[in-house]
Design a protein around this ligand. Structure first.
Ligand code: AKG
Ligand code: FE2
Length: 203
């Protein structure tokens, strides 16, 4: 699982390049095997979760439990190493502010019927690329044009797909003020998701 293969390298390189040319700062594509997803679910099942603060300082509704920072052990460690290695590709260097180091790992669990997470932008400190991996459940990860949630577009993050979102430092996000508004809604039967981020304040 999470072996570095020419196929995976090609895929990552292709989709990062594609994202760099897109006006919208998000892309999603099939990536993981069923075994990788179920292995990550097993990893998540060992974690302990706490309730997220229901309303953030910026008035964002949060209805999920979270494990943060999630430990970099077992299959998660393999997964992170896999991505760090693939993003080192010499053809990708031009797109990032520096090498990607996923030092910020969050696992989020939403119960069935949860109100999800309201429209927000991820912190300025999360540079270059944010990876979203949905492991289970049916829900809608959406992007919007503004904080009031206009022009919503649902991104396909069905388990098995990888979502890449631009952060400050990535080639197509010159102005950090243009970070993407997004959220999660319509949690039909729960949602388990992993967010991998490069927190620029850690190093
Ligand atoms: O559940 C997710 O996939 C992530 C939700 C989100 O946007 C966040 O936690 O910043
Ligand atoms: Fe977010």
């Amino acid at each position: 699982m999470f072996d570095i293969t020419p196929q995976k390298q090609q895929k990552i390189t292709h989709f990062v390049k594609t994202l760099s040319k897109l006006e919208k700062q998000i892309i999603s594509f099939p990536y993981f095997t069923k075994k990788e997803i179920s292995g990550l679910v097993d990893y998540c099942n060992q974690l302990s979760f706490r309730e997220a603060i229901p309303l953030t300082k910026t008035d964002v509704v949060q209805d999920f439990s979270v494990c943060f920072p999630a430990p970099k052990i077992g299959l998660m460690k393999k997964c992170i190493n896999h991505f760090e290695q693939l993003f080192l590709d010499k053809n990708l260097k031009q797109f990032f502010s520096s090498s990607l180091i996923f030092n910020d790992i969050a696992v989020q669990k939403y119960r069935a019927g949860s109100s999800g997470i309201g429209v927000h932008r991820d912190g300025l400190r999360y540079r270059d690329l944010i990876l979203i991996i949905c492991l289970s459940g049916r829900s809608e990860f959406f992007v919007a044009n503004s904080r009031d949630g206009s022009n919503i577009e649902v991104i396909d993050d069905t388990p098995g797909r990888l979502v890449l979102m631009s952060g400050p430092g990535f080639k197509n996000l010159v102005n950090p003020d243009n970070r993407l508004f997004h959220g999660v809604k319509n949690i039909e039967n729960g949602r388990l998701s992993i967010g991998l981020r490069c927190n620029s304040r850690f190093h």
